[in-house]
Structures are given as structure tokens and as C-alpha cells.
Design a protein around this ligand. Sequence first.
Ligand code: SF4
Ligand code: SF4
Length: 98
Amino acid sequence: MLEGCLQESTGGLVVEPLNCRGCRSCQLACSFAKYSLFNPAKSMIVMERDVHTGHAAPMICPIGCDLCGGDPACAKACQYGAITYERDAKGYKILVDP
Ligand code: SF4
Ligand code: SF4
């Protein structure tokens, strides 16, 4: 598990890579939230493929992401539980090996 250090007071995102279906709804939701555009290239989320499993999963840029002010569009867009929001999280969390 990797843990970063973004805005403790607003909770954190938890990514569960094995739940990801690669639909990219999170990227579209993020780009719309940030720039009012449906453009994955404008998202704070990139899809990375695990070289060992071949499974694609989202990675969230800890610099560009502001957690949508505590109401993350990406977590709301994900229907598979691959990105969830923890209001009481002590930091910005990315689970890379659930
Ligand atoms: S994290 Fe969720 S919304 Fe994003 S690509 Fe994976 S399944 Fe789709
Ligand atoms: S919480 Fe971060 S990654 Fe998710 S939609 Fe908002 S800015 Fe994008």
C-alpha cells in the first residue's frame, strides 16, 4: 500500500485495482469536474497496466487532484467500487495491492 499526503482534512480516495473494469468513467468525470470537458487527457487519472497481471487500473495524480473539495466525482462515477472515498481517511490513500 502506498500512502501520500494530500489534504488530510477532506478524506481520501482508495483505489482497488482488481475491481476496475477499465470503463474510464472516472476519467471522464474528473475532466468534467475540473475543466467542464469530457476528455480523459484532461483528467487527473491515468490508466496504468500492471506488468505482472496485465490488469489496468486507475492511478490518481496526487498533485492535480484536489479531491473535488471533498465530493470526488471519480468515486461517484465508478460503478464497480474501484475508486471509493473515505471521509475519515488520514491521508490520500492509493491501494495498489488489495
Ligand atoms: S476505476 Fe471505476 S470508473 Fe474508473 S475505469 Fe475503473 S471501473 Fe471504470
Ligand atoms: S477527486 Fe481528484 S481524481 Fe477524482 S474527480 Fe476529483 S480531481 Fe479528479
